[in-house]
Design a protein around this ligand. Structure first.
Ligand SMILES: *Cc1c(COP(=O)(O)O)cnc(C)c1O
Length: 435
């Protein structure tokens, strides 16, 4: 090894040591004393694996979509994750204490940190199957097979308009769906005695009374099921903000409520919450990893458990106004910078239940701008950095967003600081007809 090679090796190992020291300092919480954010310190310490793998980093002007890796964790949450990563603990001890802490902060009897809202729905179903049939998690594979035992209860009652892809999360435990439309259907299904649970898709209530939509609202849904002793699960995965939803639905009587951890709550994407009655969340916990129940494959590592708890603290450190204020400012900034473009009009919409944050609609006339919606979407996606607009762009009205073929939808709540200005400038360029 020549002298200069040695020097380089020495330098790079020193750099590695400094990097490691920085990571440790950050993880141990001294990053503030060092005058840098935990985010920056830890980011500096490691290699950029997105670059190494050739994966494009995007600007997320869409929203908390799973396929876009949902939220980025705030620095406080990230710091808690890094600290947790440094020490092994007893997993069950961590799960129990984390559940108790979250239940206390979110004003419910019991809580389980799950692998996400979908995992929470599976554990909720397993808990209700167990409770209704008085079986243990290990006997579930036999116990839920109605071909072997005609008396087994395995039905989840759902309104037809509330059927969705997440039904699979219930089927996983061997449950099947009894579909109802009218209140009479529902009363009959409850009285039949086969139901272990009901499932209510929270955001679907937005449309109660509209043609083809659900006929039964939350209060009535709860009353009828509870008259028959059937526990009610509510899927509120994407329904925070408002912050108060974290206790509103358990407070109104839902026995179990699921939230996604990586959407509005800005926790790890593979984390979520199951909140509710203690005897049911205890059964859900029995089915969770590391037991042999249905949740064995829904592992939540110590980093995600701690990250989820820290995300709850982060959410509760806000007021409703501070939670929404940033989004409105970004909407206003982008709208202002699009002013004066021929035919372009902007407006703010606030979806009522899911994704309840200000979104910007940009309406335009392609005959005037000379560009179409798909062309704008492609220009933003193919440019650098790549920008993803909200998938309601160019679509008919959906989930409280009144879009159409000539409307761009900008979801601003997942933008990182400073990205609003970039999105505005790129939109302005894309909407300006090239000479
Ligand atoms: C996102 C979502 C889920 C799944 O949440 P994960 O945390 O990704 O598992 C379930 N239900 C609804 C309504 C959702 O929006």
């Amino acid at each position: 090894m020549g002298a200069s090679t040695q020097l380089r090796a020495g330098l790079s190992s020193r750099r590695r040591f400094v990097g490691l020291a920085g990571a440790l300092a950050s993880a141990l919480g001294s990053s503030r004393a060092l005058g840098s954010t935990p985010n920056a310190t830890t980011a500096d310490a490691g290699e950029d694996y997105y670059d190494k793998l050739g994966v494009a980093k995007i600007i997320n002007a869409a929203g908390s979509y799973t396929t876009l890796t949902a939220a980025c964790m705030p620095p406080e949450v990230l710091a808690a994750v890094h600290k947790a990563a440094l020490h092994p603990v007893r997993l069950r001890d961590l799960q129990t204490k984390a559940g108790e802490y979250v239940a206390g902060r979110l004003r419910c009897e019991g809580a389980v940190i799950t692998s996400g809202a979908s995992g929470a729905i599976s554990l909720a179903t397993a808990a209700c199957l167990q409770s209704a049939n008085k079986i243990s998690p290990l006997s579930m594979p036999q116990a839920i097979d109605p071909s072997r035992d005609a008396d087994i209860k395995n039905q989840v009652i759902v309104q037809r308009a509330h059927r969705y892809g997440y039904d699979h999360a219930m089927f996983l435990s061997g449950a099947r769906v009894t579909e109802v439309v009218t209140l009479d259907d529902y009363k009959r299904a409850c009285a039949a005695g086969h139901a272990v649970m009901t499932n209510f898709f929270n955001a679907a209530e937005d449309e109660v009374g509209l043609a083809g939509s659900a006929q039964i609202g939350r209060e009535e849904w709860l009353r009828v099921a509870h008259d028959h002793g059937i526990p009610c699960h509510l899927d509120a995965a994407a329904d925070m903000p408002p912050i108060s939803n974290l206790w509103k639905y358990t407070g109104m009587g839902f026995d179990l409520v699921s939230f996604s951890g990586g959407k509005g709550m800005r926790g790890p994407q593979n984390a979520g919450l199951l909140l509710g009655r203690k005897h049911l969340t205890d059964l859900a916990a029995e089915n969770n990893n590391p037991g042999d129940g249905v949740g064995r494959g829904m592992k939540v590592a110590k980093e995600q458990i701690v990250g989820m708890v820290a995300a709850v603290d982060w959410v509760l450190s806000h007021t409703e106004e501070s939670m929404q204020g940033d989004s409105q400012r970004r909407v206003d900034l982008i709208a202002e910078r699009l002013q004066g473009l021929p035919s372009v009009r902007t407006e703010t919409v606030l979806p009522k239940i899911a994704n309840h944050v200000p979104h910007l609609l940009v309406r335009f006339d392609p005959a005037v701008t000379g560009v179409t919606t798909p062309e704008v979407v492609a220009a933003l996606r193919n440019g650098k950095p790549s920008i993803e607009l909200n998938p309601n762009t160019g679509q008919p009205p959906n989930q409280g967003i009144p879009s159409d073929a000539n409307t761009l939808v900008v979801g601003v709540w997942m933008l990182q600081p400073g990205e609003d200005a970039i999105v505005a400038q790129r939109l302005r360029t894309a909407l300006t007809k090239k000479a």
